[in-house]
Design a binder for this molecule. Structure first.
Ligand code: AMP
Length: 289
């Protein structure tokens, strides 16, 4: 497995592999790996000849008061985990290599980026779209895998790739959860184990909405009230949003139907300050379920 820091070297590596006839699947990550990341890497290995992962905590997708400094990092541990997977190369640049002096280009997806996380994190998706564009130009992948846990991110990337005719197949991968239902996240390392129930309020809230909808409650206003009460019943929770949205447009809907996704972002008290968790899922069973 090769570890490459320099964008030019990465491009040269990918070009050489492509010339030799190999296809490449990219898994972009910010590191501090858990089973969710490993599951994406295994999925990538089924899609192309070679898997490249990128590991870069991208500063431009964090707002000024967000957790860039507290974001968990452990490069050695990550490399140990990744060496056990079928990963051909890790692209791990520094911020200076990605954003050298004079950098001034931004990729912005307009409407999709304004909903949900975009409201409280106004710079986030421009940071994501820009860095993913750069990663695509550097790694030159045929395909890329993104987790459905970051549901809005996946929608933004799909839109960007379609709008800009990027020759990369985008594959979404289902949410990987802990045994108790908590969606895996690098940020879970900052949770307080004594406050686990509060962190579980997202997945149990999702289940609650599903149960109510299955019993016939299709009003998102009613479901939203139940959900808010449920989440607030745990100490130390603050809801950023709990929104019932259309799976494509991400616009809020009044009535639940087969396209309705419940998207949640909740702050919970962690070991050192609040931890922002997200989760989502279709409210009604999907045909493949
Ligand atoms: P991150 O390192 O948090 O930026 O995540 C890298 C990729 O892994 C993104 O495409 C995420 O959506 C995906 N991912 C993170 N957590 C999970 C999870 N629990 N299940 C599935 N995919 C995930």
């Amino acid at each position: 497995m090769e570890i490459i820091q320099n964008p030019q070297e990465m491009q040269a590596w990918s070009r050489a592999k492509a010339r030799a006839g190999a296809t490449i699947c990219l898994v972009p990550t910010m590191g501090y790996f858990h089973e969710g990341h490993l599951s994406l890497m295994r999925r990538a290995a089924t899609l192309c000849d070679l898997v490249v992962i990128s590991l870069f905590v991208n500063p431009t997708q964090f707002g000024p008061n967000e957790d860039l400094d507290r974001y968990p990092r452990d490069f050695e541990r990550d490399m140990e985990l990744v060496r056990r997977e079928r990963v051909a190369a890790v692209f791990a640049p520094t911020p200076d290599l990605m954003y050298p002096q004079g950098f001034q280009t931004e990729v912005r997806v307009r409407d999709l980026a304004t909903h949900l996380c975009g409201k409280s994190r106004p710079v986030h998706f421009a940071g994501v779209a820009t860095v993913v564009s750069k990663l695509f130009n550097i790694v030159l992948p045929d395909a890329a895998v993104f987790g459905e846990k970051d549901f809005q991110q996946l929608a933004v990337i799909r839109r960007m790739v379609a709008d800009l005719n990027m020759p990369v197949k985008i594959v979404g991968h289902p949410i990987v959860r802990e045994a108790d239902g908590l969606a895996m996240s690098s940020r879970n390392a900052n949770l307080d184990p004594a406050n686990r129930a509060a962190a579980l309020s997202l997945s149990t809230g999702l289940q609650l909405a599903r149960t109510q909808a299955a019993q016939g409650q299709r009003s998102t206003a009613e479901l939203g009230q139940l959900l808010t009460r449920h989440i607030h019943s745990f100490a130390g929770t603050a809801i950023d949003y709990a929104s019932f949205v259309d799976c494509d447009s991400l616009e809020a809907v009044e009535t639940v139907d087969a396209r309705t996704v419940l998207a949640l972002a909740v702050f919970v008290d962690g070991k050192a300050g609040k931890v922002r968790l997200i989760d989502n899922g279709y409210v009604l069973p999907q045909q493949a379920d």
